[in-house]
Design a protein around this ligand. Structure first.
Ligand code: OAD
Length: 258
């Protein structure tokens, strides 16, 4: 199903019928708030680096100031960003269905900032830091935030002197165990899954819609472009998260009062 005129009412019906809804979000969810998607993030100073080459432990060991500076830049963008209408729509959706959880690949914390209550962060958070060697926590308020777009030397762990890294999941690293187990259980038991703004290229997160589909849930994709997951979706809403999600909640609210 490709036309929004049909897809949005169909998606609203599927959400209304679902006792448990999971919303799986990726970088496209924050695009309308001015945070570039992961695969579109190579801008300015960072244009000469492949983001996938900045997001590894090996890169951090080789070029700590470059990698720390890249994350500091992303964190600055996030602090300056305002969550768009689609974020607020997901908060409203929580009040319209019996149970809703958000499973996000994003590290920007915008779902929580805007007031969504059950948010599972699969890839960690830009707001947490720990040291590279022992993963001792490091207070975020002491992490340097350079004013300009620049490389930035990471601080040192106060306990062991190891360089401090962002608490995000890098390529080649395991996802946090408890959060992942919970996300997988939710995907296997939901009746509808809304998949917003993810390319479906990164594993294991890309499994979630397939698990939901396999378990009998209706899978709804919200994305302006076709993705690896489009074929697995029962309903496809082609459009931006900032436009489609409010329209979806409006359709759901109208349906509820009819
Ligand atoms: P990607 O950057 O791979 O994909 C972003 C998706 O968002 C694409 O499918 C776009 O079409 C879509 N998109 C763009 N603008 C949009 C909008 N306004 N509304 C809705 N969708 C839009 O991002 P992810 O799939 O999230 O992980 O990437 C997953 C992971 O790749 C990241 O969490 C990160 C990276 O590796 C790690 O660092 C481990």
């Amino acid at each position: 199903m490709n036309s929004d005129g049909v897809a949005i009412p169909a998606a609203a019906r599927a959400l209304r019928a679902a006792p448990r809804v999971v919303v799986a979000t990726g970088a496209g969810m924050s695009q309308d708030s001015g945070i570039p998607t992961f695969r579109d993030a190579a801008r300015g100073l960072w244009a000469r680096y492949d983001p996938e080459e900045l997001a590894t432990e090996a890169a951090f060991r080789r070029h700590p100031a470059r990698v720390f500076g890249w994350y500091a830049w992303r964190r600055r963008l996030v602090h300056a960003a305002t969550p768009h209408a689609g974020y607020h729509a997901l908060v409203a959706l929580e009040g319209l269905v019996p149970e809703l959880a958000i499973v996000t690949q994003n590290v920007d914390g915008l779902h929580t900032r805007v007031g969504s209550r059950r948010v599972l962060e699969l890839h960690g958070s830009l707001e947490r830091f720990s040291c590279l060697d022992a993963r001792h926590p490091f207070p975020a308020e002491r992490a340097p935030e350079p004013a300009a777009d620049t490389e930035c030397e990471p601080p040192r762990c106060e306990q062991c002197g190891s360089p401090v890294r962002p608490d995000v999941v890098w390529f080649g690293e395991m996802l946090p165990e408890r959060v992942t187990a919970e996300a997988w259980a939710l995907a296997a038991s939901c009746r509808a899954m809304l998949v917003v703004g993810t390319s479906g290229l990164v594993q294991p997160a890309a499994q979630l819609p397939l698990i939901a589909r396999e378990a009998g849930a209706t899978v709804i994709e919200v994305n302006p472009d076709p993705t690896e997951l489009s074929d697995a979706a029962h309903i496809v809403c082609r459009g931006r998260a900032g436009a489609v999600l409010p329209a979806l909640v409006a359709a759901l609210t109208q349906g509820a009062t009819q």
